[in-house]
Write a protein that binds this ligand. Structure first.
Ligand SMILES: NC(=O)c1ccc[n+]([C@@H]2O[C@H](COP(=O)([O-])OP(=O)(O)OC[C@H]3O[C@@H](n4cnc5c(N)ncnc54)[C@H](O)[C@@H]3O)[C@@H](O)[C@H]2O)c1
Length: 334
């Protein structure tokens, strides 16, 4: 296909603008359109993307009806490390390859998970509030913050030991902590490389002082952290979620936090984003909440832009895809 005939449409983006991408595509003679369709109807999404060859998507839902409205899309690139907003079976059935970019921010997410773990253990966010209140009263009173417990010697439970989970383990290995790993899909070869044994979710929950989750969101993992899993956790345990909001039953988590059945939680991701005003963890002293920014650093932001352009280049060359979710789509295409 001649480059001039290739059309790339971006459905939505989080960068301030896409002038850099625009210039890169112009240099290659590729048509390029960018939209902000996050709040748009399916009909509008179809109207703007129907004649694209490549669709780049951030948060817009790529549903079976949207896919049915496409005339010639061959490749969808999800701007990000998860792809739960894209209907994979419907894409595969139409012979459309889905690529994602899981390799641009693993250090950032691992560092955020550790930062949240430490902030929870050392009650950093809450301490600021206690200090402000105490200073306003002309007092030196940190009684509301105690107790805290030593991190050295604690057990960290890692659910999902893939790119990010295994990095959390590596980066934390100097902290004097022990690990419990739950990942039923970790290949024996990878376990041997990492030097880890795995356990089941209940054993991990019962034995851990910190639990951090790094699994993909799917029908098996949705609400994996529910009332039962929370009931297995120690009253002194902290739960950290930087993966996807849907992994957790947030009402069950809020109840466990309010009733002090676990010590605290630190959450970066929400089932609905942004979270609603009545999101049950807002206002709880033992919950830290951050606005889905684990992926972010200036470096990661540029890396993902370069990798997406690299993936488009591979498509132009008839090569790739680099990291396909559904390589079987190529077969369906025939
Ligand atoms: N908050 C953010 O900004 C941000 C940024 C990047 C990635 N993420 C999320 O982080 C998560 C992990 O990403 P990754 O790149 O490490 O993924 P990955 O695919 O490399 O690793 C996921 C691991 O989870 C394991 N797993 C699958 N099902 C499981 C189950 N039922 N129980 C236990 N383990 C299971 C897999 O075997 C795999 O080892 C994803 O949900 C991704 O969407 C969030």
């Amino acid at each position: 296909m001649a480059r001039q005939q290739i059309k790339v449409v971006v459905t939505d983006y989080i960068e301030a603008d896409l002038k850099w991408e625009q210039a890169e595509m112009a240099r290659r003679g590729v048509q390029f359109e960018c939209c902000q369709l996050k709040q748009a109807s399916e009909a509008e999404v179809i109207a703007r993307t129907a004649d694209a060859d490549i669709v780049v998507v951030n948060m817009v839902k790529i549903t079976p009806s949207v896919i049915a409205g496409w005339k010639k899309v061959k490749l969808v690139i999800r701007h990000g490390a998860g792809y739960d907003n894209c209907n994979v079976p419907a894409l595969t059935q139409r012979g459309i390859v889905l690529e994602y970019i899981p390799d641009y921010c693993q250090h950032e997410v691992a560092e955020q998970a550790i930062a949240l773990m430490m902030a929870a253990a050392r009650k950093v966010v809450w301490s600021r509030r206690v200090l402000d209140d105490s200073v306003a009263r002309g007092e030196w009173d940190f009684a509301p913050i105690v107790p805290m417990f030593r991190v050295d010697g604690a057990t960290v439970g890692i659910i999902g030991c893939g790119r990010i989970g295994s990095l959390v383990r590596r980066k934390l290995s100097g902290f004097g902590v022990k690990f419990l790993i739950c990942d039923p899909y970790l290949a024996p070869k990878r376990k041997a490389e990492l030097g880890v044994e795995t356990t089941d979710l209940e054993t991990l929950c019962r034995g851990s002082d910190f639990i951090t989750i790094h699994t993909p969101l799917n029908d098996e993992t949705r609400h994996m952290i529910n009332a039962q899993a929370l009931s297995w956790m120690k009253p002194t345990a902290y739960f950290v979620n930087t993966s996807r909001g849907g992994m957790v039953d947030v009402n069950a988590l809020a109840a466990a936090l309010r009733e002090k059945r676990i010590a605290g939680a630190a959450i970066d991701v929400f089932e609905t984003e942004p979270p609603p005003k009545d999101y049950p963890l807002l206002g709880l002293d033992n919950a830290i909440v951050t606005p889905h920014l684990s992926w972010y650093s200036k470096d990661a932001e540029q890396t993902i832009r370069e990798k997406i352009v690299q993936d488009i280049d591979l498509f132009i060359q008839g090569a790739g895809p680099r990291i396909p979710v559904n390589p079987e789509a190529l077969k369906a295409r025939g």
